[in-house]
Design a protein around this ligand. Structure first.
Ligand code: NAD
Ligand code: 3PG
Length: 365
């Protein structure tokens, strides 16, 4: 048992209300946390969406000082989802020792600065892999079988059966599905699709060929994947190396009957190249849950196209994923504080710092 317990600031928002963080903290961290400041940041979904974009666009240096941080300046632990942990906000909380983000993306945390100060940063990976993998398979079928288009037509009083792909609307059985990225989500998409009788090929330069083959899939290079697939689903993270991973060249390798599904990040695809490929029927269609600008602008060309299925960045937001996220986070922090081991510390080098060793010793980690 620690001799001194911590104070925690829990920040909920429209996606994960603070009650989720509070419940998990009280359940798993009661030995380590004695005082809880709990705030709901944004109740309004539209405003949250805007904020989220600002945070992602400007990166971790966003100076979005939250008024409630001023009320909890002595907190040692800060848990949230999109809460901006900028340099300025860290200045406001001089006792901060642990930052926990209940998602994988760390766009809203200045990890470098946190590391410099000796703040341990936890994130949660794989929390919504079930949700997104379900959705990717759904989007694939919705797009190639015209589900959304038929729905849209019937709601507008039209009994529509003819679509641009009507002559060759495909079944999944026997087709080749190419997955770009074989991490938490890509792996589950492969597993779920296995029941559909498809051949699965994988392009992921950071996953060993043997690992992929062990699971019964084929490890291929990027060009092969784009050339051979009937469906391509993107599951890589966006970075400077993966930006425009799908450009005019990759699209030109695709079969005219092939579909591109993106539940990952829009920046993986060159927007203009995709618009042209769809307009000119170079590929059969696309299912997109993520966009270069969100919300999708009213004048977006995608709204005019008849060979796309568009959704509003909702692949990851199931009830289970949102409930699981704070719980996975808090359980990992508890594991670290009680056993000295953790799965989700993003800056383990911080554990070598003298100030960190000192407070961990006080906590008896
Ligand atoms: N639409 C949504 O609501 C939603 C929700 C959650 C996650 N996502 C997105 O889904 C994507 C996948 O998430 P994840 O949790 O599976 O990520 P992950 O980090 O577990 O997996 C990403 C994989 O991509 C691989 N990769 C890296 N560079 C690559 C490259 N150049 N080509 C091919 N593969 C490459 C990595 O080796 C890794 O295996 C991310 O872009 C994430 O932002 C979207
Ligand atoms: O909105 C999204 O795309 C997801 O919430 C991102 O989740 P992650 O940061 O956990 O991948």
């Amino acid at each position: 048992m620690p001799s001194k317990k911590m104070k925690a600031l829990l920040v909920g928002d429209a996606m994960i209300p603070v009650e989720g963080f509070e419940k998990a903290t009280r359940k798993y961290l009661s030995d380590y946390v004695e005082e809880i400041y709990a705030y709901n940041w944004e109740e309004n979904w539209d405003r949250l969406q805007e904020r989220r974009l600002i945070v992602e666009k400007n990166g971790p240096e966003v100076e979005d000082v939250l008024p409630f941080i001023e009320k909890a300046i002595d907190a040692e632990m800060l848990l949230g989802l999109f809460v901006p942990v900028s340099k300025r906000n860290m200045d406001l909380m001089p006792n901060l020792k642990i930052v926990g983000v209940a998602r994988a993306g760390l766009e809203n945390v200045n990890v470098k600065e946190a590391t410099r100060r000796g703040i341990i940063v936890f994130n949660v990976r794989g929390r919504n892999a079930e949700a997104v993998s379900d959705f990717a398979v759904g989007l694939m079928i919705a797009e190639c079988r015209n589900i959304a288009r038929a729905h849209h037509a019937i709601k507008n009083g039209i009994w529509r059966k003819e679509f641009s792909n009507s002559d060759w609307t495909p079944e999944l059985n026997g087709k080749t599905v190419g997955l770009v990225g074989f991490g938490y989500i890509g792996k589950l998409v492969a597993k779920k699709l296995s029941g559909f009788g498809v051949n699965i090929i994988i392009y992921d330069p950071f996953v060993k060929k043997e690992k992929v083959e062990e699971l019964g899939f084929r490890h291929v290079d990027k060009d092969t994947l784009f050339r051979e697939s009937d469906f391509i689903s993107l599951h890589a993270r966006l970075s400077k190396d993966t930006k425009n991973l799908v450009s005019e060249k990759e699209l030109s390798l695709m079969k005219p009957t092939a579909y591109l599904i993106n539940t990952a990040r829009a920046g993986l695809i060159d927007q203009e190249a995709l618009t042209n490929a769809l307009k000119n029927k170079k590929i059969a269609g696309a299912g997109l849950d993520v966009f270069w600008e969100e919300p999708l602008p009213e004048n977006s060309e995608f709204l005019e196209l008849d060979n796309v299925t568009l959704t509003t960045h909702i692949a990851g937001t199931t009830k289970e994923a949102l409930t699981r996220s704070p719980e996975l986070l808090v359980r990992d922090i508890e594991k670290f504080l009680s056993e000295g081991k953790a799965d989700f510390i993003i800056n383990p080098e911080v554990l070598e710092k003298e100030n960190v060793k000192k407070w961990l010793k006080e906590l008896k980690v």
